[in-house]
Design a protein around this ligand. Structure first.
Ligand SMILES: *Cc1c(COP(=O)(O)O)cnc(C)c1O
Length: 388
């Protein structure tokens, strides 16, 4: 077996392609044609592997799926048009009316929204439990619990779930454990090795890595992925061949970008932790992080997202943002450009200050994501913006 960076470049793709092109072709078609009656018959009798219609599969998308599966150490993978599409389709494919699922309270906001607002309309109940409260997780189990869904690390505090502990609680009871590993990527963490059943990523972030596309992937055993694949045939939400190509292209340099972002993330976190205007820094690579030991045990790097609290009010926070020259202000992370977001005004603008503070979203809370810039330039930008 070749090593990670080599696999990122080569895995999943054919060595020789049409016209001897070195790249995997973008098979930009919605339908696949039959040549004659023998061709039709061979297809109907399953003697011939033949694509049929774009919603069922596409060669470019399948190459991207194979590459992602190899990187995650999964036996199968299925791609979707976005991370949310991957999550919603997976839950709908695996759950039925009368089932119950458990989800942690700091999961991605839209995942929580789907499980607590949409699924109950189909007779599926969800219990929200506190992240890292393993007693509460166990106590939430019912006879009809089918899925435990969590993330690690989480947004914005980068909480780390002890994956071994979680699989010990749920797996003996036949409950499927799903983990959204977007913040870690297979470069830093491989949840399947800890017994997690299904791994989900928003490929929009680190995996594609250029802030230019949306995609999502689910990885795991062929039987579970096949159940989801059959459902995708009906639901749609397939990824376009051109976007699949861009994802393949991004994946080839993903280990290089990730190594750089891990280094810069750590340096930026350490810089901020030593700055007098910063009240608190949340980064799993810091000793001060409450789950640092768990993170060290199950991750090989801690990523490019750093959350920190500036000692200031809303106006001070916005002034800080405006002084930044390198960072772009906006949601998302994992792309080559450094990004920063101010949750209080950008994600929680419809909450009262009281509601926000209950969720831990303070006036001065910032979440930054380093890009592929030099760490020194990122730090200099923060330093000048933190000067009054
Ligand atoms: C962005 C994100 C998603 C949603 O992915 P999209 O590609 O934006 O649909 C889900 N989970 C996490 C942890 C994310 O960061």
């Amino acid at each position: 077996m070749k090593r990670f960076s080599t696999l990122a470049v080569h895995a999943g793709e054919e060595r020789f392609n049409h016209y001897n092109a070195i790249t995997t072709p973008i098979v930009q078609t919605s339908t696949y044609i039959f040549r004659d009656r023998e061709h039709i018959k061979a297809f109907a009798e399953k003697r011939l592997a033949h694509h049929e219609y774009g919603r069922y599969g596409n060669p470019t998308q399948e190459a991207a799926e194979r590459k992602l599966a190899v990187l995650e150490g999964a036996r199968d993978a299925i791609l979707f048009a976005s991370g949310m599409n991957a999550i919603c389709t997976t839950l709908l494919a695996l759950l039925r009316s009368g089932d119950h699922m458990i989800i942690t309270d700091d999961a991605y906001k839209k995942t929580l929204d789907f499980t607590t607002n949409a699924l109950p309309r189909f007779g599926i109940e969800a219990t929200i439990v506190k992240m890292c409260d393993y007693g509460e997780m166990e106590a939430a189990i019912r006879p009809n619990t089918r899925i435990f869904f969590s993330e690690s690390p989480t947004n914005p505090y980068l909480n780390i779930m002890d994956m071994e502990r979680v699989t010990k609680i749920f797996k003996p009871r036949g409950i499927t454990v799903i983990s959204d590993s977007t913040f870690a990527t297979p470069f830093n963490q491989r949840p399947l090795e800890f017994g997690i059943d299904l791994v989900v990523h928003s490929c929009t972030k680190y995996l594609a890595g250029h802030n230019d596309l949306l995609a999502g992937v689910v990885l795991g055993s062929p039987d579970m992925i096949e159940t989801i694949r059959l459902f995708r045939r009906t639901m749609g939400g397939v990824i376009d061949p051109l976007v699949s190509y861009l994802l393949i292209r991004g994946l080839k340099t993903f280990p290089l970008r990730m190594a750089q972002m891990n280094r810069s993330g750590q340096r930026v976190a350490e810089f901020l932790e030593g700055h007098p205007r910063i009240k608190r820094v949340h980064y799993p690579g810091l000793k001060s992080h409450p789950h640092h030991e768990t993170a060290k045990a199950q991750m090989s790097g801690f990523g490019g997202v750093v959350t920190f609290d500036i000692d200031c009010d809303i106006d001070g926070a916005l002034s800080f943002l405006e002084r930044l020259q390198l960072f772009y202000i906006g949601p998302s992370f994992g792309g080559v450009e450094a990004l920063i977001t101010h949750p209080a005004t950008i994600s929680y603008y419809d909450c009262t200050r009281e509601e926000r503070y209950r969720l831990g979203i303070t006036d001065g809370l910032m979440r930054l994501a380093v890009g592929c810039e030099d760490a020194e330039d990122i730090i200099e930008d923060l330093e000048q913006a933190l000067r009054d």
